[in-house]
Design a protein around this ligand. Structure first.
Ligand SMILES: [Zn+2]
Length: 129
């Protein structure tokens, strides 16, 4: 399977089948991140005495961060969950974020869930609406 860059991020070249039950998996969310986002999250988790040393170690990368399209997929039948991280070019990441997602990095296909009775019912049980 390959990932194709489309208007709103990436799509798999073929449907993703659940490795547990074989059902077609569905996109849960798609986020465009830089590795600096992750680095900053790790920064805040560090003890105070280690923070300045850690910041110096990542400082050189701030100017030219790498980008990734992180996507979570879930099986509607057995609830198996998996995540993919697809590297992308900075220009593509910025274009998708600005032009297709109105500046938002995360895309959640809520409209698709509404059309699927099983997913709609499960999310209702989880308190989504
Ligand atoms: Zn499954």
């Amino acid at each position: 399977m390959k990932w194709n860059l489309v208007q709103n991020g990436h799509e798999p070249s073929e449907p993703i089948k659940c490795p547990i039950c074989g059902e077609k998996m569905q996109l849960r969310w798609s986020t465009i991140n830089t590795h600096m986002d992750i680095a900053m999250e790790l920064f805040f988790r560090r003890p105070n005495e280690e923070k300045s040393k850690y910041l110096l170690s990542i400082f050189d990368e701030v100017e030219n961060p790498s980008w990734v399209n992180d996507m979570a997929w879930k099986c509607r039948e057995c609830s198996y969950w998996c995540q993919f991280g697809v590297p992308m070019k900075a220009d593509d990441a910025k274009k998708v974020t600005r032009e297709e997602r109105n500046g938002e990095r995360t895309f959640i296909p809520i409209e698709d869930w509404w059309e699927d009775a099983i997913i709609k019912d499960r999310l209702k049980q989880l308190g989504y609406w």
